[in-house]
Design a protein around this ligand. Structure first.
Ligand code: C5P
Length: 412
């Protein structure tokens, strides 16, 4: 998700750098927009370095800071309109007045009028400016329009006075952002282990056996869980994807390595999602030198790899385990069988041959098969949205006590 962070000219502008960082740690991408007076307090370079994105400073300036340019104004607005939320911190009395009255004489105030996204403002100013009826009227007007106001705190102000006007604490601003985006933090306290991507089983130094897998589904689960407050350990086979913000990634290559990494991390986790496309077989022998081409037919001896999910399910305790079933036929039948055979709590099944589902796509069409026989066929949706639904089920299953057969209960 993308947040546009408007920084306006007050002493608290330096705190916006820390805010930008914290937003990124929560998994948001951050586009910073600075007003002219903000640039008197802090340099755009600070934000550019932190966010890895060009900072927008002027309505008409070309990205390189060149001459007035209408194209760049239109492009800037287009970029900024793609935001999921506009956050202004610190917001000066001047910016609040512009927003309230609909003045649009710089980039930020123009964006406020142009963007349809929710708006959060965190005012910071001198106590008298804050209490002034003009400011309070503007605040009331903005609030009535649905803008979320993160009220300034009491304390020592840079002007030497003490009172209301300090920028709210960063945690408070983050909470308002989450609330505005209706983001749940319902996985706080959980540790989720996620496997993702393919594994590569080497035949010789240049050839290997693998499965088709981009890793996107597992990475989406890891990212969604981190945003919902979980600690996430992502054990990933080779993929081209960057680790999502706030996720601990352990990179592995083979099924054997993935198995070892999962065994090591499993005790710490409260739930695990096995989204990796683990190779089912590996060459019995890995040749030390590149195999030479030959006219004769070639037979390669293969042996099964460890079934990581099935193995860990034997020692799962109260953990919720999620497996995937990528099928090309008899999807429901295979999914139900897998649920029982692997002792999983949830199987996410998809027909990888269906349009809109499967490899290298941003969308998926899945059905969830839960251990309590609840089945839920989801329509085509983004992998991120599928990830959210999987996590909803994980929470539901965690809250539902597992029935332990009487015979086993006595041993436990
Ligand atoms: O048996 P199949 O490969 O279809 O099972 C798919 C599920 O089992 C996936 O969740 C996959 O990550 C997991 N799996 C595993 N280790 C294997 C094979 C599959 O964890 N060796």
């Amino acid at each position: 998700m993308r947040i546009t962070l408007g920084v306006t000219g007050g002493v608290a502008a330096y705190k916006a750098a820390e805010l930008a960082r914290r937003l990124q740690q929560e998994g948001f991408s951050v586009q910073v927009v600075m007003t002219r007076s903000a640039r008197e307090f802090i340099a755009p370079l600070t934000f550019a370095a932190l966010t890895g994105e060009k900072v927008i400073t002027d309505l008409f300036a070309a990205p390189s800071g060149g001459p007035a340019n209408l194209d760049s104004a239109i492009e800037h607005i287009a970029v900024a309109q793609r935001t999921d939320l506009l956050l202004v911190a610190p917001a000066t009395a001047d910016t609040l007045a512009k927003f309230a009255r609909g003045l649009a004489d710089d980039f930020l105030s123009t964006l406020y009028l142009a963007a349809a996204a929710p708006v959060v403002v965190a005012p910071a100013m001198n106590v008298n400016m804050w209490r002034h009826p003009a400011t309070q009227e503007n605040i009331a007007m903005l609030r009535a329009r649905g803008v979320r106001i993160v009220e300034p705190g009491e304390g020592y102000l840079a002007c030497g006075m003490t009172g209301a006007g300090r920028l709210a604490e960063i945690d408070e601003i983050l909470a308002a952002v989450r609330e505005a985006l209706q983001l749940k933090r319902d996985l706080a306290g959980e540790t989720l282990l996620v496997t993702a991507g393919p594994t590569c089983e080497d035949l010789d130094p240049v050839r290997y056996l693998t499965n088709r897998s981009s890793g996107r589904m597992g990475y989406a689960v890891a990212e969604a869980a981190a945003r919902r407050g979980a600690r996430v350990i992502l054990i990933s086979g080779p993929t081209a994807l960057a680790a999502p913000e706030g996720v601990e990634r352990v990179s592995v290559r083979t099924a054997e390595e993935m198995h070892r990494a999962v065994l090591e991390k499993f005790p710490a986790c409260t739930a695990a999602v096995f989204a990796a496309a683990v190779a089912d077989y590996r060459p019995v022998e890995k040749l030390p030198q590149k195999m030479k081409r030959n006219k004769a037919p070639l037979t390669i001896a293969l042996e099964p790899t460890p079934d990581i999910l099935a193995d860990l399910a034997r020692q799962k305790g109260q953990r919720v385990l999620v497996g995937f079933a990528a099928e090309t036929e008899h999807v429901a039948e295979n999914a139900r069988k897998k649920l029982a055979a692997k002792n999983a709590d949830l199987i996410v099944a998809n027909d990888v041959s269906a349009p809109g589902a499967g490899f290298d796509l941003d969308t998926n069409i899945v059905t969830l098969y839960a251990r309590d026989a609840r089945e839920n066929a989801l329509p085509q949706m983004s992998k991120f949205e599928v990830a959210q639904r999987i996590l909803d089920e994980v929470l539901r299953l965690r809250a539902t006590p597992r029935l332990v057969p009487a015979a086993r209960r006595s041993q436990a």
